[in-house]
Ligand binder design. Structure first.
Ligand SMILES: Cc1cc2nc3c(=O)[nH]c(=O)nc-3n(C[C@H](O)[C@H](O)[C@H](O)COP(=O)(O)O)c2cc1C
Length: 324
């Protein structure tokens, strides 16, 4: 295939045609990967998938705050479960599909040992996943976000890493975090992901927020995670912070309120090597993919960058200085 101008990326030994991916939650059960790839995404992250099938929270559970360019959702991990989603991916891969697939793992609501849920996910999907995401940041599963705490997180990532080191194929492991972490929590996480015992390959920043920032729509009273334009800056600042705390050594996937090329570029300059979208796609549909990619390509060109990698983190320091 033809690599599109200056927006290709190589990470974790994977060749990304472009750095724009579909974020988790849109294709929770791995049913739309081929179509999303054809629309122009450089990678598709499916899930979150839970070990056993579960139905999630009662409806209504997703709300559009149109004038705020935002969504509030409280799906609560409705999932077809590992077995069904895994066989879907197997079928796709055996049909010759070459696109990059991330598998985002969650835990069952009634699980009494979340570490086991994640371990099962890694062992189940290691033959079909191009990368894994440990999602400890969805606000809609009680107790999940407490796995971001220092001790629990280190234990989880250590047992997960022990397990995957026994596998014949060892896809990269990413950790997806919430935008509501304190500075101390961010420091702890930066330290943990850099330990050889956890061996984390990347960080996804960020999931939805429990905060309600500058919203006018009355639906702001609905409980759940907020995404879209209102979280763009929150997420970008956190990317810059984690980039600096990890000395740029751990690739970051930036996500939160990206609607155009400038938004994507801001995340890249803050420290993201790849970018994902969900809410902007929900509002604007497939044409937004080509729009973001071509605007990003132009912006890189204008600044004289030959590739995305050259621009990663170039603005991190300045963002942190002006945000405090
Ligand atoms: C309706 C909806 C469902 C989501 N479900 C998941 C999920 O299952 N797992 C996950 O890690 N993130 C999930 N997310 C979070 C997105 O992947 C993304 O991190 C967040 O929405 C910020 O990006 P955006 O502003 O481009 O939407 C969901 C988001 C939305 C709007």
């Amino acid at each position: 295939y033809v690599i599109q101008s200056n927006i290709w990326s190589k990470l974790w030994g994977l060749q990304f045609e472009n750095p724009l991916g579909m974020a988790a939650g849109f294709d929770k059960h791995g049913e739309a990967i081929k179509g999303l790839h054809k629309m122009g995404f450089g990678f598709v992250e499916i899930g979150s998938v839970t070990p056993k099938p579960q139905s999630g929270n009662p409806k209504p559970r997703v709300f559009r705050l149109t004038e705020d360019r935002a969504i509030i959702n409280r799906y609560g991990f409705n999932s077809d479960g590992h077995e069904v989603v895994h066989s879907r991916l197997q079928d796709l891969k055996s049909s010759g599909f070459q696109g990059i697939i991330g598998v985002n793992l969650g835990k069952n609501k009634n699980s009494n040992n979340p570490n086991v849920d994640f371990i099962e996910g890694i062992s189940k999907f290691s033959d079909v996943a191009d990368y894994f995401v440990i999602n400890v940041s969805s606000p809609n599963t009680p107790g999940l976000r407490s796995l971001q705490n220092r001790l629990k997180l280190e234990e989880l990532l250590t047992v997960v890493n022990e397990m995957r080191s026994t596998l014949p194929k060892r896809p990269p492991l990413l950790l997806k975090i919430a935008p509501d972490l304190s500075n101390q929590e961010q420091k702890d996480i930066a330290e943990i992901v850099q330990k050889s015992e956890t061996n984390v390959d990347g960080i996804i920043i960020s999931n939805t927020t429990l905060r309600r920032i500058n919203l006018s729509n009355n639906l702001k009273k609905e409980s759940g995670g907020l995404s879209g334009a209102p979280i763009a800056e929150l997420s970008t600042i956190m990317i810059a912070n984690m980039y600096q705390l990890t000395n740029g050594k751990i690739p970051i996937v930036g996500v939160g309120g990206v609607f155009n090329g400038a938004d994507a570029y801001a995340k890249i300059k803050a420290g993201a090597s790849l970018v994902q979208i969900y809410t902007s796609f929900a509002y604007h549909g497939p044409p937004i993919i080509a729009k973001i990619k071509s605007e990003l390509s132009e912006l890189l060109l204008k600044d004289g960058y030959q590739s995305v990698a050259e621009a990663v983190g170039t603005n991190a320091k300045e963002i942190l200085l002006t945000s405090t």
